[in-house]
Design a protein around this ligand. Structure first.
Ligand code: GLY
Ligand code: MN
Ligand code: MN
Length: 465
């Protein structure tokens, strides 16, 4: 974990932002996989990690803004636990490491909450995403499961988002560590992308690299020669020459900071002409965003910049036509890039999404569009120094979507459906980097991962099959 001061400062800033009341945080519990004692690997709640740093199950934290006191509640290990799981530091000792002096057993939490309620203190909670914690909170607050929503506090959500959005130097070091491991995951994936290999062999190998880096994957590996399926978690295709393979994968560090990188490579290691043409367009979109992202720029405008770059490139190839500004304003390009350009990244790969995507990516200045494609943009608001976000444009040839739009005569002024027929077997290409917004621009985080056609072909020469 970070130094005690880091957590103390974070809690102090949160107190100052909210001003009064009790902030209640439930850490996560173990979650059963297929029977009670066989659990998924434990993942602590990211807000609990951010403010209290402790990475064990069954803990709760309280920040009493009115008295200035912080508390951690949890049960110490008993002999049975020690026999099965080994010795553990006491809750008191663990809490001291993150600057919290007040500790208690879990059963005391109820009493503290009930005293606060009697004193008329406002109890603030964050939105919940795990049923076990919804049930616990409902019991603790003496309301129905649905009733806990009345304790969800917008000022708490907004204060947490404003703090977690700006990454400090220690967090950047962690994120760069996660990208270091992702570098090995992606270069290994490239070297293994040879005809005859089954996707699961590569997906399993790179998930193992994530685990051996000290964390886990930051989301289930997306690896497919059908990259036109945006989040393809099936890995049962056999690689064939002529197809592209998308690998969208990242890992968490031991402290749970994420990386999220995508590379797309030609099976066998050599781009053919058609693959190279589409690839260069996606790469240009990715680079345009890197060259133009800086404080005060709306990320929605970066999304539109990527969209225009893609539409212009496709026009040069004869797949789109007409006025490109008009095509993008109307959303015609979304046939090829139906997703958003990117999202915040930090302790969650889609950072803070559990608190509400619209609070993280939108604000009073920019609201979510309802247009197909643009509606899926997770981050649209103005960028600030210290934001970490992804830049992940793509071009996909999705046969079902092409057929539907063609049948509906959609955007016939902008899309050349007859030429598109011959691309329906192409698949998809996505390129994703993780960016840090700096004083007057942005920095691509981590050691560069092969990205140009030449770099990828060079890396794939060293195939490791
Ligand atoms: N992890 C999926 C994405 O790139 O957002
Ligand atoms: Mn990704
Ligand atoms: Mn991403």
């Amino acid at each position: 974990m970070f130094k005690e001061e880091v957590y103390k400062n974070r809690r102090q800033k949160l107190k100052e932002k909210i001003g009064t009341g009790i902030l209640l945080f439930l850490g996560n519990t173990e979650a059963a996989f297929n029977y009670p004692s066989n659990t998924y690997s434990f993942r602590q709640d990211s807000d609990f990690l951010y403010f209290f740093g402790l990475d064990q199950p069954d803990l709760a934290g309280i920040i009493d803004i009115d008295t200035g006191e912080d508390y951690i509640f949890g049960n110490d290990f008993e002999l049975d636990d020690i026999i099965w799981m080994g010795p553990q530091a006491s809750v008191k000792d663990r809490a001291a490491r993150v600057g919290v002096k007040n500790t208690g057993a879990l059963k005391n939490l109820e009493e503290v909450i009930s005293i606060a309620a009697k004193k008329g203190q406002k109890i603030h909670i964050l939105p919940q995403y795990r049923n076990a914690n919804i049930i616990k909170l409902a019991d603790l607050l003496s309301v129905s499961h649905d009733g806990i929503k009345t304790f969800v506090s917008l000022e708490f959500i907004k204060a947490v988002i404003s703090l977690r959005s700006i990454k400090d130097e220690y967090e950047i070091v962690e994120i760069e560590k996660a990208i270091e491991t992702a570098h090995l995951m992606h270069t290994t994936s490239m070297k293994m992308a040879m005809p005859g290999t089954i996707e699961q062999k590569i997906a399993g190998t790179i998930e193992g690299i994530a685990l051996s880096g000290g964390g886990s994957v930051s989301f289930p590996v997306i690896l497919s020669t059908h990259g036109e399926t945006l989040h393809n978690h099936h890995h049962n295709n056999i690689l064939e020459t002529g197809r592209m393979m998308v690998t969208d994968a990242g890992c968490e560090t031991a402290l749970h900071y994420a990386s999220d990188i995508t590379r797309t490579v030609p099976v066998g290691g050599k781009f053919n002409q058609r693959q190279k043409e589409i690839y260069e367009i996606v790469l240009k979109a990715n680079l345009e965003v890197i060259n133009n992202s800086k404080p005060d720029v709306f990320y929605k405008d970066m999304h539109l910049l990527a969209a225009k770059t893609i539409a212009s490139g496709l026009k040069e190839l004869g797949l789109m036509k007409g006025n490109i500004d008009e095509a993008v304003n109307l959303g015609a390009h979304a046939l090829f890039m139906p997703h958003g350009l990117g999202h915040m990244m930090g302790l969650d790969v889609h950072d803070m999404e559990g608190l509400g995507e619209n609070y993280v990516g939108y604000d009073e200045e920019v609201q979510r569009s309802e247009q197909f494609g643009l509606a899926f943009l997770r981050l649209a608001k103005r960028l600030k120094k210290g934001y970490v976000l992804t830049d992940e444009p793509g071009i996909y040839f999705i046969p079902a979507l092409i057929d539907l739009w063609k049948k509906e005569n959609k955007f016939t002024d902008f899309i050349n459906y007859s030429k598109l027929e011959s691309y329906k077997d192409f698949g998809g290409i996505r390129i994703e980097d993780d960016l840090l917004i700096t004083d007057n621009g942005c920095k691509v985080l981590g050691k560069p991962i092969p990205k140009t056609v030449a770099e990828i072909e060079e890396t794939m020469k060293k195939n490791s099959n």
